[in-house]
Each structure stands twice: as C-alpha cells, then as structure tokens.
Design a protein. Structure first.
Length: 324
C-alpha cells in the first residue's frame, strides 16, 4: 500500500464568471520516504493539488468534484472536518509559499511551534511542548534563545526556517512544500534546500516538492510529475524525466534553461501562454502551443501511455508505441 495514492482528481472553482477547471483527472503515487517533484508553470494547478490533499480548498468557490485521495489507505476526501484536522499538521504538514504570510505576526515564533505540538500530542504539558519547540528551532539552525521573538524580527530565510520547524514539529509522514524557496535569494535558497533534504532523510519523511525550478527538482527529488493546465502530461523517475524526456511540453521546459556547455544567442521559449482554465481548448490542452500538434491533437484529449515501466506520457505522439 502506497503512502499517498491520488486517483482521477478533479477540482473546480465555481464562480459567477464560469467554472475554473483547476485540476483535471490527475493520478499520483508516493511511497514512504520518497520525494516527488510537481513541476509546471504558474497556474498549472500545483498548489490546488496540494491544498486538495490538505483539504484546504476554499469552499466556496472550490470543490473536489471527482476522484479520491488515499493516505495510508484512507480516503481523505470523505473525512469529516474534525477527523481531517487531526491528520492535518500531524501526519501531513505543509510549508506554504510565502513565509511572510504563513506566520502570525503578533505571536512569538516559539509559541507558534509549541501550539502545533500541543494540539497534536495527547497528554503533553505546555512545558514539554515549549521544550519541543526549542529543540525544533535548534534543528533548523535558529538559536532557541530567540523563541520569544516575533516574525518581523527574522529575515526571510529565517522565517522560512521557522515555517519548516512548525511543519516538522510533529514528525509528519508526508510533507508538502509549496515553492518554499521562491521568496528567497539564491544563497538562502541553497541553505533551505540543504536543510530540508537533511531533515527529510533524518525523519524519513515523504515529500511533495512543488516548484517551477527544475534545478531544485534535480537536487532533491526521486520522482517527477510535469503538470500543465491541470493535468499531468509526463511522470516518471528523475532519470526518466531528465535523461529520456518525451512530452513536447517537458522538452520545451528543458530548452528554456540556460546550458553552460553550449553557447547560444538566446534561449528557446515555449510559444504562447497557458490556456485559461475557465476555457480550456478542445483536445490536448497543450496543442495550441505544441510544435508537433496534428489534427487529432486539436480534437481528442490524449490518453496516458506507459512508454517504459514507470514512465507515463500523455501525448498522441506515443499512441500504439509510436514516437515523434
């Protein structure tokens, strides 16, 4: 039994202006201790997928309209609010994208960590919760003597370390990191990624790393899923995605990255923009931007095809074993 198994997940945001189809039938599997990189452009549906797992989709307007999310064999999509609250923050934790807004500005950081420990540990005293909070600060590289300080007294990188401490305080089995280094400069990014990787190995925590940075994926992920317009267009092991890239969109992402070994006049961007999720094109969502699109691409949505064990591509070019 996998730690996390998402099957045919559909998430819509129903507004006065129409229905936004944010996630459209994704399938994901994650084993204990594994790290999955969820990659895609802004608006691909990555954060909505994470919020669905946490059951934090704002309702209204958001709603899981179809699919199942199994965590250790239990379908999270059917759990009541109280049952889900016991899992959230304890067995599944999330590091949010912006550390500046993830922390309460009027509560000392030590109290914010201790609160999580107290909520999810039966019978623990406040003194023991505070001690656990102090230990977590030390683990993420912050002097426990700063427990009484407020978020505004910390730099961006330090705030992110506090958020990581909160997420790991109860030793969760699954950690979801939503672009945890986006708001940080490159030097601090490297430190935070190294910290997260070390803590993941220390606690044997499974992780979903949401990012648009393929360099981050190469650094810490075991598996990769490439997301476009709410669907996963290619998934596989890190080697399969990086060394045996198949889908035209994935190839376009790699072509957009500077290569130190080749001198070129300019990078090769992917033409056009991601479609409006409230008005997705007929057929393959990537077809308006795809250099290899044929008539069938504009008419029929492609099926998932396993081009090699564990390597899934959602593209008409690979139907019946064919390749571009």
């Amino acid at each position: 039994m996998s730690l996390l198994d998402i099957k045919n997940l559909h998430v819509h945001y129903i507004t006065d202006d129409g229905t936004v189809k944010a996630v459209n039938g994704i399938d994901l599997t994650l084993e204990e201790g594994e790290t999955l990189g969820l990659v895609g452009e802004t608006g691909a549906g990555k954060t909505t997928t994470a919020l669905s797992i946490m059951r934090l989709i704002p309702d209204p307007p958001g709603k899981i309209v179809d699919g199942q999310i199994f965590f250790k064999g239990q379908d999270l999509s059917t759990l009541g609010t109280i049952a889900m609250r016991k899992i959230r923050g304890d067995q599944i934790a999330m590091i949010f994208q912006d550390p500046m807004t993830a922390l309460n500005p009027v509560i000392p950081v030590g109290d914010q960590i201790a609160e999580v420990v107290k909520l999810h540990t039966d019978g623990i005293s406040m003194a023991d919760a505070v001690k656990r909070a102090a230990d977590m600060l030390e683990i993420v590289g912050i002097d426990s003597g700063r427990m009484g300080e407020y978020p505004h007294q910390f730099s961006g990188g330090m705030k992110q370390r506090v958020v990581i401490a909160i997420a790991l305080a109860c030793n969760p089995e699954l950690l979801i990191a939503d672009e945890p280094t986006t708001a940080l400069d490159v030097t601090i990014q490297a430190q935070v990624l190294e910290l997260m990787n070390g803590l993941k190995q220390k606690f044997n925590t499974a992780m979903i790393m949401i990012t648009h940075d393929l360099g981050v994926v190469a650094e810490i992920c075991d598996k990769v899923a490439i997301m476009y317009a709410g669907s996963i267009v290619e998934s596989g092991s890190l080697r399969q995605i990086f060394k045996d890239t198949r889908h035209p969109y994935t190839k376009g992402l790699f072509a957009s990255i500077p290569d130190l070994n080749h001198k070129i006049h300019r990078l090769t961007p992917i033409d056009g923009l991601m479609p409006d999720p409230a008005n997705l094109p007929e057929g393959c969502a990537f077809s308006p931007r795809c250099p290899h699109a044929t008539d069938i691409c504009h008419k029929e949505a492609p099926e998932k095809i396993e081009v090699e064990p564990g390597h899934i591509v959602c593209c008409h070019l690979f139907r019946k074993g064919g390749e571009e």
